[in-house]
Design a protein around this ligand. Structure first.
Ligand code: FAD
Length: 284
């Protein structure tokens, strides 16, 4: 499937908190890097809670030859702090940033200078010009704070007009939700690539808790099946692989600009999903 190799493939990781987690992340990155992704990204705790971990992971991935993109969150941080964080990434040779508002960690009340991602995108453009390719977030199933679909699209457009080059979506399991979002975006004059975020299905409790919090809808039939398999790991993994493979084919058949996988710092099932949809690993 050479056609699919020309589109953007990217992998998202989170910064480890322990030495064991660091070793694991480097092993996972090394294995998935054999798919030759366009870039990899590393999440960032709002308010700077994972600052060093994100920086160290990005540094290691760059050294290993990947185009590594740190996530930058605005909420709870000062302009100076964010500016110096981005300067340190510039010195490392980072070329791409994933720019987000973030959510305040529990117990933190000071929202900081940047209320919305739009302002942070504008700040990066004002301070750093065109040095970075800027990714922003998009929500096919709508953001939990969304006041209306029309308002959300208007705010998304403002983020794009402030200087975003492309968008990565929150995960979803209904391809129509993504296609409807892209259609509305195009009607609103937004022409940047909107790359679907793909979340593997690996654990009932974690996925349902996270989805309830972030507003990503798990269709009822999928929710019922993974609930049924919650204590039967083999069946849950097999079912999850089938559902997500089908979703990826649906997206690819309809010409998406790429796939962005949430790896959860695990080799499987992302490796298996990539293989099933036609990506090939190169020998290391
Ligand atoms: P925004 O674009 O600012 O939107 C937030 C909400 O405010 C939306 O409901 C929007 O409609 C509304 N809004 C926007 N502008 C306005 C306005 N002017 N007036 C009124 N309402 C407005 N979180 C982390 O902490 N760290 C990460 O590394 C991280 N990585 C992520 C990666 C991806 C691909 C995605 C999809 C999400 C990620 N998140 C991360 C989660 C994200 O930070 C949260 O979803 C957060 O609540 C919103 O961030 P945003 O950048 O989309 O915010």
């Amino acid at each position: 499937m050479t056609e699919q190799k020309t589109m953007e493939l990217s992998f998202e990781f989170f910064p480890p908190r322990t030495e064991k987690g660091t070793d694991n992340l480097l092993a996972v990155h090394s294995e998935l890097a054999k798919f030759e992704p366009s870039f990899v990204s590393v999440t960032y705790g709002a308010g700077g809670s994972t600052q060093e971990g994100t920086y160290d992971a990005v540094k290691s991935m760059l050294a290993a030859g990947s185009l590594a993109a740190p996530h930058i969150t605005g909420v709870g941080s000062s302009r100076d702090n964010i500016k110096s964080t981005i300067q340190s990434y510039s010195q490392l040779g980072v070329e791409r940033l994933v720019v987000l508002r973030g959510d305040l960690p529990g117990g933190m009340v000071e929202r900081g200078h940047f209320k919305y991602a739009e302002q942070l995108v504008q700040f990066v453009r004002d301070e750093f010009g065109d040095e970075f390719h800027i990714e922003v977030a998009a929500y096919p199933d709508f953001h939990p704070e969304s006041s209306s679909p029309a308002n959300e699209m208007q705010y998304f457009k403002r983020k794009v007009d402030a200087g975003a080059n492309s968008a990565l979506t929150q995960y979803f399991y209904n391809a129509d939700s993504y296609f409807s979002f892209v259609d509305q975006a195009q009607r609103s004059g937004i022409d940047i690539p909107i790359v679907p975020g793909i979340m593997p299905i690996t654990n009932y409790a974690t996925l349902t808790r996270f989805s309830d919090a972030c507003g990503a809808e798990i269709p009822r039939w999928i929710r019922a099946r993974i609930e049924q398999y919650q204590h039967d790991e083999a069946s849950l993994q097999a079912f999850g692989l089938d559902v997500v493979t089908h979703l990826c084919f649906d997206l690819l058949d309809n010409g998406v600009p790429g796939l962005h996988f949430y790896t959860l710092n695990r080799i499987e099932p992302v490796k298996e999903l990539c293989k099933r949809v036609g990506f090939e690993q190169v020998a290391s």
